[in-house]
Unconditional design. Structure first.
Length: 456
């Protein structure tokens, strides 16, 4: 007997069905169903014999799913109903007892939060591998000079190790964000029922322990309507993908003949269909292009949720495709970034030549004046005039004669020329977090400690 006198229109059936994508929740649905039926038996809500029969049936369904033998039918609305349908086919009407004391509302929320927790851990492991690779690269290129940029203009020289470690700390923060995602998703929704709780004295805390949650959701209305954990995952994923995009963008630039700072390995590059000489850093380019895709999923789900009344609404079905694609994209790009960096080669002489440009030392010259009591703004103007004078005459700063220096910046003397000796201004950045080698080595020590902490 059905509440409805007419069958669903095929168009509505297609609109309403989620089986084409939510089948990915099957492993989590099997796991939570086994925990649920054990809890029902332990609470005396179903008999131990019925529970054992249902568990054997769930094991058989799980084996079919794992072996690719599970048949999805056109009338299976979602994976949850498909699993229950197949369970009943295997064990008979007793399979219908599995749904005692739960609703699809809390069942779906539980499957999704289990998926999020699994993939947050996966992201953390992948980020840890990437962070480890960056530290290894930084150690191998500890004292390799290169120009640092602002506005894509040469600004001040840095060591390549210092630049690589900047990404380490970005990805460290991403690792922490996924840790927050795990902490914020530690409440079990299962047992909330449709929205108001259930009519049985269930043991939700036992369910939480069995499924690896720290506690249970305090409010049944919040439990079935909450998708904050999906937003948290997507937010962390969007930021991590953005950092990968920045990394990819720099590698694309550095790989160009105009820069010539690095070359990606053949394993992460491709050629041209018409120009046989080309080697394109396509992996880096794709890191750049995937980020807005992940960010769009976050924005899209905010759009779905922002106007929803409590509790469950079918709109929430739209969380899954966004979540699945974001996790697939992030995990693939993290693996690609790690592999690409493991095989990348840097061109020391090319970078050193670019870093030897003396004009980025202008700030150091200004600081030399400040050290002699000249206010910084006045020093800035003096050095700007000195730079202009050198540029107009096609000179480097060190080629300005002593007579010219005396006229343009009488506060300066031989210390000016000593400052411009190769590498002097690199080692002058002694402030904590700066690019001087002692500070870089301190950073590397802290990075190793952070890796140990992140692996705990």
């Amino acid at each position: 007997m059905s509440r409805f006198a007419e069958p669903p229109d095929p168009v509505f059936q297609a609109l309403n069905s989620s089986i084409s994508f939510d089948h990915r929740l099957a492993p989590y649905d099997i796991e939570q169903s086994r925990a649920h039926v054990r809890m029902l038996a332990g609470a005396g809500i179903v008999s131990s014999d019925d529970a054992a029969t249902i568990e054997r049936g769930l094991e058989a369904v799980g084996a079919e799913l794992d072996g690719g033998l599970f048949e999805l039918r056109a009338d299976d609305e979602d994976i949850h109903m498909a699993i229950e349908r197949r369970l009943t086919e295997i064990v008979g009407p007793v399979g219908g007892k599995l749904h005692t004391a739960r609703s699809r509302n809390d069942q779906v929320a539980t499957d999704v939060v289990m998926y999020v927790r699994h993939h947050a851990r996966t992201a953390r492991a992948a980020l840890h591998a990437l962070m480890r690779t960056l530290v290894a690269l930084a150690e191998r290129h500890e004292d390799w000079a290169m120009p640092g940029y602002t506005h894509l203009q040469r600004a001040q020289p840095v060591y390549l190790s210092h630049h690589l470690l900047a990404y380490f700390w970005k990805f460290r923060r991403d690792h922490l964000r996924f840790g927050f995602c795990l902490a914020a998703s530690d409440e079990l929704p299962l047992g909330a029922g449709a929205l108001a709780g259930v009519n049985f004295d269930t043991d939700r805390h036992e369910l939480a322990r069995a499924l690896g949650f720290g506690t249970v959701a305090e409010n049944s209305i919040d439990a079935v309507s909450n998708r904050d954990f999906v937003l948290d995952y997507l937010a962390a994923a969007a930021t991590a993908a953005t950092h990968l995009s920045q990394l990819g963008a720099e590698i694309v630039l550095w790989s160009s003949q105009e820069f010539g700072f690095c070359e990606v390995s053949d394993a992460f590059a491709s050629g041209s269909s018409i120009m046989p000489q080309k080697k394109n850093p396509d992996a880096a380019e794709l890191l750049r292009s995937k980020a807005p895709r992940v960010a769009a999923h976050l924005i899209g789900l905010h759009g779905v949720i922002h106007g929803l009344p409590l509790t469950y609404n079918k709109d929430l079905q739209e969380d899954k495709e966004r979540l699945f694609d974001a996790s697939d994209t992030l995990e693939l790009t993290l693996a690609a970034a790690t592999g690409m960096l493991e095989g990348i080669s840097f061109q020391r002489e090319r970078m050193a030549s670019a870093a030897a440009d003396e004009f980025p030392a202008a700030t150091d010259v200004a600081d030399l004046l400040v050290g002699r009591g000249v206010p910084f703004r006045e020093a800035h103007g003096v050095v700007a005039g000195l730079v202009r004078h050198a540029l107009e005459r096609g000179k480097q700063l060190s080629e300005v004669t002593a007579e010219e220096l005396s006229e343009l910046a009488p506060q300066l003397d031989a210390a000016y020329y000593a400052l411009l000796e190769e590498g002097a201004w690199l080692e002058s950045k002694r402030s904590e977090g700066g690019t001087a080698l002692p500070r870089v080595r301190e950073q590397l020590e802290r990075a190793h400690a952070a890796l140990v902490e992140a692996s705990a």
